[in-house]
Design a protein around this ligand. Structure first.
Ligand code: C2E
Ligand code: CA
Ligand code: CA
Ligand code: CA
Length: 286
């Protein structure tokens, strides 16, 4: 480990071996190492995308995919986004990674179209720096124009906290994105502080119930009540509701009873490698 750390330090051309060696044993050291390696991860082809299916609860047919980023680090193996996205956001790497993800998702849709597969919307997660950059609308428009895809094939997931960082601006940016025809979702709903009166002002298509509520449905009547209330209110606002983190048949039954529209989770499928999606698409399309 120390040897590879030295090699990495040298390869970085910074030469400060002291900085990397002792630190590697600590969390802070790993963080610093990841931060410096993240800068070359895109160029080295270390990032890749997995696609997790979303399934319609009534028809049990494919409703779409969520694109999830992964990093295959040469030394540490596959690193989950929960660890490196926060680092990316603090080190100015969220933008290039987000743009790379958007391009990858669009390219994947184009590839599926070329294979003659029926298309379903692919959702990409937008980080705060990406959502708040001045030309986010132009960059999405360009992707759509270059690909010739129907705009409704691209979905953008924003967490409550991303949209609440600057509520007034969020409304304007979302209206611009919506005008392009892409789908907009609020992600991890229920974990933030946005109210339904705020949500009502947003041009949304979809609301995604956070997996913490889904998880508790089995042993908490309160969670069931909360989920039912969210679904009912979302439907009042004409929003599609999807639950994430669904991994048991009991949860599926409870969500069906609550009249949730779609589910995403290990119950149907883990996030899939791009090359494994075609089989899923064929199996779960009408
Ligand atoms: P998220 O947007 O809430 O994504 C859902 C996470 O739940 C994914 O974790 C997925 O693998 C996981 N999951 C799926 N089914 C189940 C299940 O049945 N049970 C449980 N317990 N978990 C399930 P993942 O891929 O590790 O991503 C973690 C988070 O990292 C995502 O949470 C999202 O906030 C962020 N992320 C992932 N990809 C990107 C990206 O391209 N850009 C940005 N900005 N953030 C991303
Ligand atoms: Ca998401
Ligand atoms: Ca989520
Ligand atoms: Ca989450």
């Amino acid at each position: 480990n120390a040897v590879t750390a030295m090699m990495h330090a040298k390869a970085q051309g910074r030469g400060n071996i002291q900085r990397f060696m002792p630190g590697l044993r600590t969390e802070q050291g790993r963080r610093l190492t990841l931060e410096s390696h993240l800068r070359r991860a895109i160029a080295q082809g270390e990032l890749f995308v997995q696609y997790q299916p979303k399934v319609d609860l009534r028809s049990s047919l494919l409703a779409g995919f969520e694109a999830l980023v992964r990093w295959r680090h040469p030394e540490f193996g596959v690193i989950r986004p929960d660890e490196f996205i926060p680092i990316a956001e603090e080190s100015g790497m969220a933008l290039p990674i987000g743009e790379w993800m958007m391009r990858s998702a669009v390219a994947q849709l184009v590839a599926w179209r070329a294979e003659g597969l029926p298309l379903a919307p692919v959702a990409v997660n937008l980080s705060a720096p990406q959502f708040l950059q001045s030309d986010v609308i132009d960059s999405v428009r360009q992707q759509l124009e270059q690909s010739g895809l129907a705009p409704g094939m691209l979905e953008l997931e924003l967490t409550e906290s991303v949209s609440m960082a600057d509520p007034e601006r969020s409304v304007v940016v979302m209206q611009g994105l919506r005008a392009l025809g892409v789908l907009l979702s609020i992600d991890d709903f229920g974990t933030g502080y946005s109210s339904f009166s705020y949500l009502r002002r947003l041009p949304l298509d979809k609301l995604k119930i956070d997996k913490s509520f889904v998880k508790d449905m089995a042993n908490s009547a309160e969670s069931v009540a909360i989920v039912q209330a969210i679904v009912a209110m979302a439907h009042q606002l004409q929003l599609t509701v999807i639950a994430e983190g669904v991994d048991t048949a009991e949860q599926v039954a409870a969500l069906r009873k609550a009249e949730c529209d779609q589910i995403q989770g290990y119950y149907y499928s883990e996030p899939l490698a791009a090359e494994d999606c075609a089989a899923f698409i064929r199996q779960y399309s009408a």
